[in-house]
Write a protein that binds this ligand. Structure first.
Ligand code: CTP
Ligand code: MG
Length: 394
């Protein structure tokens, strides 16, 4: 008698701001696809009877195989192709919900995987009262309005400001009417409640949750991962290894420091073996390949190149992929000369380029007790480990 409740999950966006290879809803979050987690929360919400999933056109099958079937999400009744704008996707999902005989719909972003099952129940209960309700958080920070040119125009009264989330619950006919009117008038809102407000109808605010964050950038993904795993995560680790031959007539440059010695390392660039291992570790952590691919030694541009400058390029490359170095540790294996006196300068050099405190860059040196090519003084090798975190994280 309370009527049938169907959830509509818009998951047809491209996730441009995430900048990943695939739409963000298909990316792994704490070991399984983000979308499967969102659907899992709806599966666990007793008030939801069925779920309509709206996917990027052409990816319905993949979504089903990767995000629905392996996780036993039996409430997912159908997967339908979405549209250009979020509102178009919701319109398609709403039509499918109507076909399933829905009386009430809960629209919930695929990109909000941490909505608690009880939140769906509270939003629905409020919607039953007046026809429409949304999860929202009171603004905590002071909110200012700009004049479009980076200057403050006004400070808004925070007491009455809310930041709106999903789920958003509606009587199906009400949302259908609001959507039809908006589509006819080519009006686009950033949420469904906005369309209902346009009809002059009441929309209730329901206390949402801070954890119910919308995954938009890699930093959001890392935060969600940390919330789910209860620890600092989103961190990645990579390792790098490099070796160069020693010969006469070359300068010895390690960690950007020129060290007095009768031999130097041979290489296309300045052959700074420590910095090379660090670059490879950073690239490995970000899944960006290695320095051979980035700075090919067939390219004359890198002849005699300053490896610290190349490191700066690697840092830039990481930033473009949404990462920053968090910590680096390197070990040099060399029989001679003694490098310990130069270690503080090397740490400062590397830390400066990496944007880190020298404490976050450790350098160790070891001999190999006369063993092997290193022990015989024919060459040097360096091994490095780097941890990186999403940009924007502390
Ligand atoms: N969405 C959708 N159809 C669209 C656009 C968005 O179903 N044409 C969905 C997204 O998949 C997401 C939700 O609406 O679950 C909220 O949108 P948003 O966070 O903006 O996701 P994207 O549009 O994918 O991301 P971006 O704006 O960065 O491209
Ligand atoms: Mg979008």
């Amino acid at each position: 008698m309370d009527g049938k409740v169907v959830a509509v999950v818009p998951a047809a966006g491209l996730g441009r701001r995430m900048g990943a290879q695939r739409p963000k809803q298909f990316l792994p979050l704490a070991g399984r696809p983000l979308l499967s987690r969102t659907l899992g929360q709806l599966q666990a919400a007793a008030v939801v009877e069925q779920v309509v999933l709206v996917c990027p056109p052409g990816q319905e099958e993949a979504a089903w195989e990767q995000c629905v079937r392996p996780y036993g999400l039996a409430k997912v009744a159908c997967v339908v192709p979405g549209g250009k704008e979020r509102q178009d996707s919701v319109a398609v999902g709403l039509a499918a919900a109507a076909e399933l005989g829905a009386d009430w719909v809960l629209v919930h972003d695929a990109a909000r995987p941490l909505a608690a099952p009880e939140l769906f129940a509270r939003v629905l209960a409020a919607a039953r009262g007046c026809g429409a309700a949304v999860a929202a958080m009171p603004a905590r920070d002071t909110v200012k309005q700009d004049d479009g040119q980076g200057r403050v125009q006004a400070t808004l009264a925070r007491e009455r400001l809310w930041l709106v989330q999903t789920p958003q619950g509606f009587a199906l006919p009400l949302l259908q009417e609001a959507l039809a009117r908006a589509q006819a008038e080519r009006f686009y809102a950033t949420d469904e409640a906005g369309l209902v407000e346009r009809l002059g109808r009441e929309v209730r605010l329901v206390m949402g949750s801070r954890d119910n964050l919308k995954i938009t950038t890699p930093a959001d993904l890392a935060l969600a991962e940390a919330l789910l795993t209860g620890g600092a995560s989103g961190m990645r680790v990579g390792q790098g290894l490099d070796a160069h031959r020693l010969e006469a007539g070359r300068p010895l440059i390690l960690g950007g420091v020129r060290i007095p010695y009768e031999l130097g390392l041979r290489g296309h660039s300045d052959a700074d073996v420590i910095t090379h291992a660090v670059m490879d570790a950073l690239l490995a952590a970000a899944g960006l390949g290695d320095i051979g691919g980035l700075f090919p030694d067939s390219d004359p541009a890198y002849a005699g190149a300053d490896s610290l400058a190349l490191l700066a390029q690697v840092v830039e490359r990481l930033a473009r992929a949404g990462w920053r170095p968090a910590q680096v540790s390197a070990t040099l294996a060399a029989q001679a000369p003694k490098v310990a006196p130069h270690v503080p300068a090397m740490r400062r050099n590397l830390a400066g380029v990496l944007g880190l405190a020298p404490e976050a860059v450790n350098l160790a040196a070891t001999t190999t007790e006369g063993l092997g090519f290193i022990g015989r003084g024919e060459g040097m090798a360096a091994l490095a480990t780097a941890t990186i975190v999403p940009l924007g994280r502390a």
